[in-house]
Design a protein. Structure first.
Ligand code: SF4
Ligand code: SF4
Length: 321
């Protein structure tokens, strides 16, 4: 990882910065629950930050492996899910849940959670027709992630989003074969729903101070994908194992973040008090540094084998109290 040094964004990037704060668009300080607005989106006219996303794409390092990985992920993303079978198979929600999770695991997921969709998770320019959301997690390679913000880390992120698409497409294909409806969103890039809130609600982990999910097995080294369906499925519950308290006493990501975008206290965002990364500080650095990821690389929960030990230690401490 690069030595932390004061970051000054380029004039070229700042010339594209809109007249609005990304934090305002995100609803920082708003006390009412509302649907999120599109903010960092590849359809430039959907958001005032569209040109900033284009800047990121245009300024990606000229690296052959990065390019090939992006092409492969784009190919996977465009794969068409098979049509819905005319014959609808009936099973109990418990049977379907077991089968869906088996398909997810076979396709490469390390975590799968199911919950009921909430309106405030759907970006306000989109509609989602089915009320069950399946969130999947694929594991990243820490050795690559720890190079953040260098190219190997960016390659790893892009590759894993491709894998998240593969898993979500595989589950959607299976649901279609059984005669039920599903829409596969995959991971990142133009997904019309927030991925972290349903992941938390369905037991995939807790929110860390760095604004990403922390899973009890895979820590912060996981990328998410999602699909929605009308198949009857059982909903999972929250998995609370002590991340919140841990983050209150840890400053690793705060100290390491070059533009100081990570804050030591929680913020009110669209009616929910939570850890929040300052968008206006993070984005310029992210855009000029291959998608950054330093906060994930320095998080103690990212190191292989550590999450399991931390979970045990926190549970032991709690029991003693
Ligand atoms: S991704 Fe954003 S929040 Fe995380 S270290 Fe980089 S600049 Fe900071
Ligand atoms: S680095 Fe520390 S404070 Fe930041 S998310 Fe990880 S555990 Fe929480």
């Amino acid at each position: 990882m690069r030595k932390k040094e004061k970051f000054i964004p380029s004039e070229e990037q700042m010339a594209l910065w809109p007249d609005v704060s990304g934090n305002d668009l995100n609803g920082l300080g708003e006390t009412k629950v509302r649907r999120p607005s599109p903010i960092y989106w590849q359809t430039p006219d959907l958001t005032p930050f569209g040109p900033l996303m284009q800047f990121f794409v245009d300024h990606a390092p000229r690296d052959e492996d990065l390019y090939k990985t992006q092409m492969e992920t784009d190919r996977i993303r465009e794969t068409i899910v098979e049509p819905i079978s005319d014959e609808k198979v009936e099973k109990t929600s418990t049977e379907w849940t077991k089968l869906i999770k088996e398909v997810g695991v076979k396709s490469g997921a390390v975590a799968i959670g199911i919950t009921k969709m909430r309106p405030e998770w759907v970006i306000d320019t989109f509609e989602v027709p089915y009320e069950t959301v399946i969130t999947i997690g694929v594991a990243m390679d820490f050795e690559n992630l720890k190079t953040a913000p260098e190219v190997p880390s960016a390659i790893e992120v892009i590759k894993k989003y491709g894998e998240a698409h593969l898993v979500s497409h595989a589950i959607a294909n299976y649901i279609h074969e059984q005669g039920w409806n599903a829409i596969s969103y995959g991971g990142s890039n133009n997904v019309p729903i927030l991925l972290i809130p349903p992941a938390i609600e369905s037991g995939l982990g807790e929110l860390g101070k760095h604004g990403s999910l922390i899973n009890r097995e895979n820590g912060s080294v996981m990328r998410l994908g999602a699909l929605v369906t009308d198949m009857p499925l059982n909903y999972d519950s929250l998995d609370v194992f002590g991340v919140d308290d841990f983050c209150l006493n840890c400053k690793a990501c705060e100290k390491a973040c070059p533009p100081e975008a990570i804050q030591s206290d929680k913020k009110m965002v669209r009616g929910v008090e939570k850890w929040y990364v300052d968008f206006d500080k993070c984005l310029p650095y992210f855009n000029e540094n291959t998608g950054c990821g330093i906060c994930l690389a320095v998080c103690p929960w990212s190191h292989p084998g550590v999450p399991q030990n931390l979970v045990k230690k926190i549970a032991k401490k709690k029991a003693l109290k």
